[in-house]
Design a protein around this ligand. Structure first.
Ligand SMILES: Cc1cc2nc3c(=O)[nH]c(=O)nc-3n(C[C@H](O)[C@H](O)[C@H](O)COP(=O)(O)OP(=O)(O)OC[C@H]3O[C@@H](n4cnc5c(N)ncnc54)[C@H](O)[C@@H]3O)c2cc1C
Length: 424
């Protein structure tokens, strides 16, 4: 397992080694980007800094662990393309590196007649995205998931499950073998432009880099601003809470069971997910977070809250979505309300069958006019690029996102032909 090194050799202000690239953030996007840089520019000096003591400590390590298929996304969007291709490259990566995963498929079910039209829209979208998607009758849904109530459904066989933290550890191992410099426990606190790039001031010393890639997830907007770049959006944290089925009721779910998404709120709608360790999770909901990296209900950060509440985009979003927002908050405060949502999918589930488990926090970029940024957002700066929105399915798509970030970089004149890979 890769543990990373600390920056003791870089303490003080002596002559610093100049890295060709510095990647900020050891989540799945930062690690995949550093790995892609190493593939594109063999021999380049690549630094990756992560403020925590392990990889995947935030969004990547607190998610549903689903290798998505790409059925939901608008044909032609980055999300649709990255997810379809990313599903294939993630599965290939897991096979090549012996990472436990399973292509278990998923069902999406219409629970009432009002959802049937949207189920057809989703079916057409899946086909337009080039996926293998099959329409199911109620009986066919029951053959796959005997305990699920539905009027009809879709089957998406390419959806799978994996532990994305294990994927990150494998990415880190590859970066080390490429000669990359991985630093855990290294938080960037200032980012100064200098004539040939940036100086990164961190809690573990100073570093120099000619080009910086910011993959700081929940802090990506702040890191962009540290570097003098206006991201044009603010990260607003949304907590996603999960329950899990008690072991004796896990048999109620064979694989993955999802509701038809509301087209206006595609990331809402609790679902059942069998995890790669055999447990079955139910969730997540989506409620405004009181702290960017706050996983418990009682976690509050005065700074994070003040920034969110002072942002006009937050109030515009809240006004537009107050009805849905109230339902989500109710589901967060009341187990009964949460279980009612689960019973739409599996009527047999009772409050005694589920216990609270982990929560995750989504880094959602919000525009000043109150619109949520739906797709990936890359903001270029002078000698830097900032990944300021990498929402689900970014874990699934991480290999494709890493390659795309590297392709989007301006030409790197400081890298000699020795450093340039023959393959694009
Ligand atoms: C509840 C939930 C469920 C999800 N389910 C799925 C799913 O099933 N499938 C899927 O494909 N996607 C899913 N996603 C989305 C996916 O998890 C994220 O899109 C992805 O993990 C984003 O990765 P990241 O590297 O951008 O961010 P992160 O994993 O948050 O990594 C950012 C890293 O930057 C570090 N950092 C921040 N500031 C600094 C600093 N100043 N200096 C140094 N380091 C810093 C942080 O410590 C962190 O480790 C889900 C997300 C959530 C929240």
């Amino acid at each position: 397992m890769t543990t990373g090194r600390r920056a003791d050799d870089n303490r003080g202000n002596g002559a610093l080694m100049v890295h060709d690239f510095a990647v900020i953030g050891g989540g799945i996007v930062g690690l995949s980007t550093a790995m892609a840089l190493g593939q594109r520019y063999p021999g380049a000096r690549i630094l990756l800094v992560e403020k925590e003591d392990g990889w995947a400590a935030h969004q990547t390590g607190h998610n549903s662990g689903v290798i998505h298929s790409g059925i939901y996304y608008k044909p032609g969007s980055f999300k649709a393309r990255f997810c379809r291709d990313g599903n294939a490259s993630m599965v290939e990566f897991c096979r090549a590196h012996d990472i436990p995963h399973e292509i278990c498929g998923k069902v999406i079910v219409a629970s009432d007649a009002g959802e049937l039209a949207q189920l057809d829209v989703l079916h057409a979208r899946g086909l337009a995205n080039g996926l293998d998607v099959r329409r199911l009758t109620r009986e066919e849904v029951t053959e796959i998931e005997p305990h699920v109530h539905s009027l009809a459904g879709l089957h998406v066989p390419s959806t799978g499950i994996v532990d994305f933290a294990a994927v990150c550890r494998a990415y880190a191992g590859i970066i080390e073998r490429q000669g990359g410099d991985l630093r855990l426990g290294t938080k960037v606190v200032a980012l100064r432009q200098v004539p040939d790039g940036h100086t990164l001031e961190t809690t573990a010393g100073h570093f120099r880099a000619r080009f910086v890639v910011n993959c700081a997830g929940l802090h990506s907007d702040r890191v962009a601003r540290l570097g003098g770049v206006d991201p044009g959006a603010r990260i607003v944290p949304f907590r996603g809470e999960y329950y899990e089925l008690v072991p004796e009721r896990r048999h109620l779910v064979k694989a993955l069971v999802y509701p038809v998404p509301n087209p206006d709120f595609p990331f809402l709608g609790v679902h059942f997910t069998r995890m790669i360790d055999g447990s079955v999770h139910a969730g997540p909901n989506a409620v405004p977070g009181l702290k960017r990296e706050g996983y418990r209900k009682r976690d509050i950060s005065a700074r994070d809250m003040a920034e969110t509440l002072a942002y006009p985009g937050f109030w515009k979003m809240a006004k537009k979505n107050h009805a849905e927002g109230r339902k989500e908050i109710l589901r967060s405060l009341s187990k009964k309300a949460f279980v009612r949502s689960l019973q739409r999918l599996i009527p047999e589930v009772t409050a005694d069958d589920v216990v609270p488990t982990h929560a995750g926090v989504r880094a959602q970029a919000l525009l000043a006019d109150g619109r949520l940024v739906d797709d990936f957002l890359l903001v270029p700066g002078p000698t830097s690029v900032h990944v300021c929105n990498a929402p689900s399915p970014a874990a699934t798509s991480s290999i494709e996102i890493g390659k795309a970030v590297v392709e989007a970089l301006p030409d790197q004149p400081h890298l000699t032909s020795v450093h340039r890979s023959a393959t694009p």
